[in-house]
Each structure stands twice: as C-alpha cells, then as structure tokens.
Design a binder for this molecule. Structure first.
Ligand SMILES: NC(=O)c1ccc[n+]([C@@H]2O[C@H](COP(=O)([O-])OP(=O)(O)OC[C@H]3O[C@@H](n4cnc5c(N)ncnc54)[C@H](O)[C@@H]3O)[C@@H](O)[C@H]2O)c1
Length: 348
C-alpha cells in the first residue's frame, strides 16, 4: 500500500492507495459512524461496510443536489448525529461530492473520510477536498472545500465497475498525465489493454502517479486560486457536454480535453503534432464521442465558475505534459467554436 500525506492549511488528508478496509479501522470512531453510499455500491459492498447507520441515495449525477444533501442532514439529525459524528462516503465521485458537502455543512461541519470505489474517484474526485452539488443544469455551483481525513482506494473494487465507468475514469487519468507528466501519458497509452483488463497492479501504479500529481498541485493551492486551475483542463467544455448530453463525467471531460487541445493549437499555444498525439491515444480508449456542440455553448460556458467579466480562465496546453492557464475573452472562444464547427461541416 502507498500512503500519501496531503497536508494543507485546510487540514490533513491521508491517502491510502492500494489499501483495504482493515487499514481504515483505526481511523474510524468507536461509535457515531454514518455511511453515505449509493444503491449500486451498497448492493456490491454493503457486507464490508463498517458498523454504523447507512444512508443510501440513487446512483448517478441526479443525486448531486442540495435537496439530497438537505435530506441527508435531516436523516442525520433524526438519527441523533451530533458534532462528534463521522461521515464515511463510500462510493464514486458523486458520493464523495455529496457526502463531503453534507459533512461540511451538517452542524457547521463534522469529521469525514472516503472509501473511493470508482476509477474516476480514485484518480481524482476523492482527493483534494472539493465538495459540490449541481444547481439545475450547472455543474458544481454549490460547494465547499473540506479535506477528508482519509481516502481509501482499494483498486480491487474496480473489478466490479461497469466498462463505461472505467472509461470515464480513464479520461480523468489521462487528464492528469496531459497537464503534468508526459511519461505517464505514454505509459497509459502502452497499458491500455491492462487497464481494460482491470489489472490491479497496473491500475495501482497509474492511479498512484496521477494522485501524486494532484496532491502536489493541491498542496500548493488548496483553494484553487491559481495553479490548481490546471486540474480543470477539459472541464469548461466538458461540463457543458456532460449536462447537455447526460453522459458520464470523464467521457465529457475527454471530449472537452480534445476541444481545449484544439483551442490551444488555434491560439498558437501548442503545435498541431501534439494535438494529433493526444487524439491518437484517446482514440485507443474507444471513447471519442462525436458530439455536436450545443447551440448555446458560449452562454452555458459563461456560467462556469472560471468565468470572470466577459472572459474565461481556460486551461490550454503548450505540449502534452504541460498545461497553462490563459484568460480568453468569451468572443474569442466563440470565434474558435465557429471555426471548429466550420471544420466539422467541411469534413462531413
Ligand atoms: N470533487 C472533485 O474534486 C471532483 C473531481 C472530479 C470529478 N468529480 C465529480 O465526480 C462525479 C463523477 O464520479 P464517478 O464517475 O465516480 O460517478 P459515480 O459516483 O456516479 O459512479 C459512477 C457509477 O459507478 C457505480 N460504481 C461506483 N463504484 C463502483 C464499483 N466499485 N463497482 C460497480 N459500480 C460502481 C456508481 O454506483 C455509479 O452508478 C461527477 O459528479 C464529477 O463532477 C469531483
């Protein structure tokens, strides 16, 4: 097992990569434990939940709402949870976001930790202390920062993950490589078959390297006021596509990464050859969704959290392995979108 300590001014988080349930036993309270999970995860892993009351929500993005968090708070209150209680989020990224938010607002904040069960949450969502729910069609508008005390990633749990969800997590895994680590990018490309076979050793190595990247960025900028923004690579386009087409988060981010890479070439930030390389690796994943951009994409992007006064902080690439933050006016992004659509028309 790999232990990574993530110390930030917001608190300390212990990341247990490749660990198992017994590793969190000493980190849990003797009583007052409340598990928040979804139906799928409960039916697969309910038998190994630690002793405590279990609250179950519907699986998927539909559960990431303030109403659901409020309902959980009511149930916690009815069950006698107090400020010494502990919330264990047991599930994928949706559960981490929802349980994390609930833990940060219930009685002004109670202790919490995660057992992270999807590839996407092991690579990304469970680490870093961002919690969120959606506001209508807009992603992650309501949220807080609160570090989980621990994150357990047992990679063997990925064996039960549906293929579509594995693919979605692969998108976020590739993102970490693309923003920071060219060697990791080539290694992911070379290990694609093993990833699909859910080889726990290969997955464990790739996840550990991605989490190290995320942890080093979060340490420097826990509140995302600067360098942490690069972790949003592919997300500004991706969030619009995720909501519009109701597709898994990582699949939308993957399409968003390709768009952001094309934008990087369009603005002269990155050579075209790098873009082709990224495209080829993403093609190998089997998820190159050919999606039309929604008519109102610019209007939808303008509500993104990265929007400020008619411009957006976009994450662009200088090369595969090096991301930069650039402030672009919305009208320049709109010009790129027209250029992109024209190119698609010509290729039809
Ligand atoms: N807070 C952050 O820093 C952060 C970062 C990235 C993504 N996110 C959020 O994460 C969410 C996506 O996470 P996700 O893809 O894990 O979604 P998810 O939690 O909905 O999980 C995907 C599906 O897989 C199922 N599942 C989870 N683990 C399983 C397992 N071991 N075996 C079988 N089925 C399993 C779930 O029940 C669900 O149906 C999005 O809402 C995104 O915004 C948050």
């Amino acid at each position: 097992m790999n232990r990574i300590e993530l110390n930030t001014p917001l608190g300390r988080s212990l990341l247990l990569l490749g660990g198992e349930m017994k590793d969190i036993e000493p980190l849990l309270p003797a009583s007052g434990l409340f598990v928040i999970t979804d139906l799928n995860v409960r039916s697969l892993y309910g038998n190994i939940f630690p002793p405590g009351m279990v609250f179950t929500v519907e699986p998927g993005e539909q559960s990431k709402t303030l109403a659901r968090s409020e309902e959980l708070c009511k149930r916690l209150l009815e069950a006698g949870a107090d400020r010494s209680s502990f919330i264990l989020g047991f599930g994928g990224g949706v559960i981490c976001d929802l349980a994390g938010l609930t833990a940060s607002i219930y009685m002004r904040g109670v202790r919490h930790g995660f057992v992270s069960t999807s590839l996407l949450s092991q690579v990304d969502a469970s680490t870093g202390g961002k919690t969120a729910v959606n506001l209508g069609d807009y992603k992650n508008i309501i949220g807080t920062f609160k570090q989980p005390e621990f994150v357990l990633c047992d990679h063997r749990m990925l064996s039960t993950l549906p293929e579509e969800e594995l693919q979605s997590g692969l998108g976020e895994l590739i993102k970490h490589a693309v923003i920071r680590d060219r060697n990791l990018f080539f290694d992911i490309s070379a290990s694609m078959e093993k990833v699909y076979e859910r080889d726990p050793v290969i997955l464990g190595d790739l996840i550990r390297r991605a989490v190290r990247i995320k942890a080093s960025i979060v340490r420097r900028d826990p509140l995302e006021s600067g360098p942490r923004r690069v972790l949003n690579f592919g997300h500004t386009f991706g969030h619009v596509l995720e909501t519009y087409y109701r597709i898994p988060h990582g699949v939308a981010v993957t399409k968003g990464m390709l768009l952001a890479a094309e934008l990087s070439v369009w603005t002269g930030e990155m050579p075209h050859s790098e873009m082709k390389m990224l495209e080829e690796v993403i093609e190998k994943t089997g998820m190159l969704p050919d999606l039309e951009l929604p008519d109102n994409i610019i209007g939808m992007m303008s509500h993104d959290k990265k929007a400020e006064a008619g411009s957006l902080n976009m994450i662009l690439l200088r090369s595969v392995g090096k991301a930069v933050v650039r402030r672009l006016p919305l009208n320049e992004i709109a010009a790129f979108v027209s250029f992109y659509r024209d190119g698609k028309e010509k290729n039809k």
